[in-house]
Ligand binder design. Structure first.
Ligand SMILES: Cc1cc2nc3c(=O)[nH]c(=O)nc-3n(C[C@H](O)[C@H](O)[C@H](O)COP(=O)(O)OP(=O)(O)OC[C@H]3O[C@@H](n4cnc5c(N)ncnc54)[C@H](O)[C@@H]3O)c2cc1C
Length: 383
């Protein structure tokens, strides 16, 4: 087991106690109706879970990456949708604002994001051939376009929106060409004219997490709401996505852990042919492989977080952790269904069918497995 410090172990124990008390009892019900329970979100804010990554001077806990991943893992062990809501709010929205926003913007939004307001990160386009544009008009940017699959989007108070704000001249081989410049803009949903959030549809997994389609139709965003440098949006997005991938890996490890625990308990209690199925070698082999792969995924995830905490380059190990942990979660959850036999495929009997559906989605979010492989190859093959 990775050597966690006393403080890291304390945060893990605190997150486990919170998740088992506040989140686990709601998980199956939220999955069934496909809606996030506001009371669960309020409990997360009240406990300080949503402020984990916010700096202490803005009312957050200023947690390290390793402390943060243990909390995400514990939330996902009880409910992966909750882990998604919390991790996108924290490692994409809050982290980007804390790293890049002006002092005024930080003072304006970070204390509320730590205590009561929900954040989102809107990068993915409905149609990448017609990206969201927000040209400057006077003292405002005017946003038009549709973002898709935005976690927390339908209910978020604060959205980091990536949009094309103009063109920039690029010189290459003596030739000057123009290229779109992408900026990150702060959107406050309460100023909602020209903004219509809706659900992205019913998902196969992570059903309770609010994931939306955000339609911008001439929404006016004050010019002062540019986050960081104008035109540097993509660089900022890619930067926080490296950290976000470690959170997504932790989420996958948490789902895998839940699936393994459920399988062991079931194997020890289910009796066929006069013996608990745990006595059959075929079942033992499945449990052994699940436990081994999961431990490797956890070690890689913690190593990625520790690398981030050290301040060393972590882009490659973050992509490796996300790739390996999400595919491991799918493997472990699929074997968990197998261990449960017929009862593994029936909703409401055992939670493993939920773990199976949730795990599958972790291979898509925060960059598909293919994209993680491209990132890893890019690092490995650098000249
Ligand atoms: C539950 C959920 C929550 C999400 N939350 C957010 C969020 O909060 N914010 C946000 O901005 N986005 C979010 N997303 C979007 C998510 O990041 C994207 O769906 C994901 O990165 C894939 O992008 P895409 O859907 O556009 O698929 P596409 O890019 O169209 O990919 C389709 C297929 O083509 C492959 N492919 C695409 N490009 C390449 C390439 N260059 N090389 C090789 N293969 C390629 C992909 O691997 C995939 O198999 C969320 C998605 C889901 C499902």
């Amino acid at each position: 087991m990775f050597d966690l410090s006393e403080k890291q172990r304390e945060i893990r124990a605190w997150a486990r106690e919170f998740a088992e008390r506040e989140i686990a009892p709601r998980a199956a019900g939220m999955d069934k109706v496909g809606r996030y329970d506001r009371a669960a979100l309020d409990a997360m804010f009240e406990a300080g879970m949503m402020g984990l990554l916010a700096p202490t001077e803005f009312g957050g806990r200023g947690a390290s990456a390793l402390e943060y991943v243990t909390a995400v893992e514990e939330l996902a062990r009880c409910d992966a949708s909750t882990a998604l809501v919390m991790s996108i709010h924290s490692s994409l929205c809050v982290a980007l604002l804390a790293e890049h926003a002006s002092d005024e913007i930080k003072a304006h939004v970070l204390p509320e994001l730590a205590k009561k307001k929900l954040g989102a990160f809107a990068l993915t386009e409905l149609d990448p051939t017609t990206p969201t544009r927000a040209p400057e008009e006077g003292d405002h940017f005017v946003a038009t376009g549709t973002k898709m699959y935005i976690t927390n989007g339908p209910i978020a108070d604060v959205i980091v929106l990536f949009a094309i704000t103009g063109e920039t001249a690029v010189e290459k081989d003596g030739k000057v060409t123009k290229r779109d410049e992408m900026s990150a803009l702060l959107v406050e949903a309460e100023h909602a004219d020209g903004f219509a959030p809706e659900s992205a549809g019913i998902k196969i997994g992570l059903k309770a997490a609010p994931v939306g389609k955000l339609v911008f139709d001439g929404m006016r965003i004050p010019a002062a709401h540019v986050i960081g440098k104008r035109g540097k949006g993509m660089r900022m997005a890619l930067g926080v996505l490296d950290g976000g991938r470690i959170g997504a890996a932790a989420m996958a490890v948490g789902i895998g852990q839940a699936a393994l625990e459920a399988s062991k308990a079931y194997a020890l209690s289910r009796v066929t042919g006069g013996r608990p199925i745990a006595k059959f070698q075929a079942v033992q082999l499945m449990i052994a492989e699940m436990a081994t792969r999961l431990e490797a995924a956890r070690a890689l995830t913690y190593q990625a977080a520790a690398t981030m905490d050290e301040g060393a380059p972590y882009g490659e190990i973050a992509a490796q952790a996300k790739l390996f942990a999400s595919e491991t979660a799918s493997f472990v959850a699929s074997k968990a269904v197998q261990v449960h036999g017929g009862s593994g495929v029936v909703a409401d009997l055992h939670p493993v069918e939920r773990y199976f559906r949730d795990a599958r989605v972790t291979e898509i979010i925060e960059g598909t497995s293919e994209i993680q492989k491209l990132v890893v190859a890019g690092w490995e093959l650098r000249g």
